[in-house]
Design a protein around this ligand. Structure first.
Ligand SMILES: NC(=O)c1ccc[n+]([C@@H]2O[C@H](COP(=O)([O-])OP(=O)(O)OC[C@H]3O[C@@H](n4cnc5c(N)ncnc54)[C@H](OP(=O)(O)O)[C@@H]3O)[C@@H](O)[C@H]2O)c1
Length: 250
């Protein structure tokens, strides 16, 4: 895919991997729009990168996704790349029942339903553009689930399946569907959970991973992984079982 002259909308682009991708796309001469819930975070991003366009949006419900897509279509007729990056991760223990699942933010809405809905809402705007792309950010945990984050792992596995199916459906429209599969990266994702896992290696910075993603997008690699996630994506069932035991060791 051509990586200059595009208009790119990145959900959750105010921090972490999304912000690193925003910076990389800006540097390559693209127009970049980022969104998220925190106006302060978006304002800070705009101070670092004044060319960014920003929009506050809460993607945890249907109305927030619809409002964002209408806003973007209204102002950015040339929009041709959607990056579904916004996400959250929670440690959830089901051994005490459903109470932990019901008491916090809903990962299924943000990590799975929002990218599905935004993809659908954006298809009319993307169709006919060349290039046109939807880029879904999943996780290595879509392939080897973490027992500490069962709903997150399930949501990302669902988004992986959706991305494969969507790629097939949208091919005749000329809309490419990419899946970006990060390994563990040093961001603000799930800080409480990560603080409980001192052995988790977080030595990969978002900017390093963004450079890998840009190179692979340019080469039309449909599923983009790195390190652990690249291995997990291609693992046999026996290898997945082995990695599952390793990942979930006490
Ligand atoms: N870091 C890793 O190790 C890792 C590994 C695999 C996959 N990933 C995936 O990579 C993506 C980016 O995560 P990250 O690691 O860069 O973490 P991050 O810095 O916490 O970024 C997540 C972004 O999502 C936004 N967001 C969360 N809930 C939202 C909502 N309801 N509506 C709109 N925006 C929302 C957040 O902005 P606000 O809080 O301002 O809304 C934030 O900017 C996620 O999909 C994550 O699952 C990360």
């Amino acid at each position: 895919m051509k990586l200059d002259g595009n208009t790119v909308l990145i959900t959750g682009g105010g921090s972490g991997i999304g912000l690193a991708l925003a910076a990389a796309f800006l540097q390559r001469g693209n127009e970049v729009i980022i969104c998220g819930r925190s106006a302060d975070r978006l304002a800070a991003a705009k101070r670092w990168y004044p060319a960014l366009h920003t929009k506050t949006a809460d993607l945890s419900d249907l109305a927030g996704c619809q409002e964002l897509s209408l806003w973007a279509a209204d102002r950015f007729e040339r929009l041709n790349i959607l990056i579904n990056n916004a996400g959250l991760q929670r440690d959830i223990d089901f051994s005490g029942g459903a109470s932990e699942f019901l008491s916090g933010e809903n990962e299924l809405r943000v990590d799975l339903e929002a990218p599905i809905l935004l993809s659908g809402l954006m298809v009319p705007l993307l169709a006919g553009k060349r290039p046109a792309a939807i880029i879904n950010v999943t996780s290595g945990l879509a392939f080897v689930p973490s027992a500490r984050t069962p709903v997150y792992s399930a949501a990302k596995a669902g988004l992986h399946a959706f991305s494969m199916a969507l790629r097939h459906q949208l091919m005749p429209l000329g809309i490419q569907v990419f899946e970006v599969v990060p390994p563990a990266i040093n961001t603000g994702l799930n800080p409480q959970g990560r603080a409980r896992r001192p052995r988790l290696k977080m030595d990969l910075e978002p900017s390093e991973f963004a450079a890998v993603v840009m190179a692979d997008l340019e080469s039309d690699v449909a599923e983009i992984g790195y390190g652990f996630s690249a291995d997990a994506m291609r693992a046999s069932r026996a290898e997945i079982d082995r990695r599952f035991v390793q990942l979930n060791a006490p």
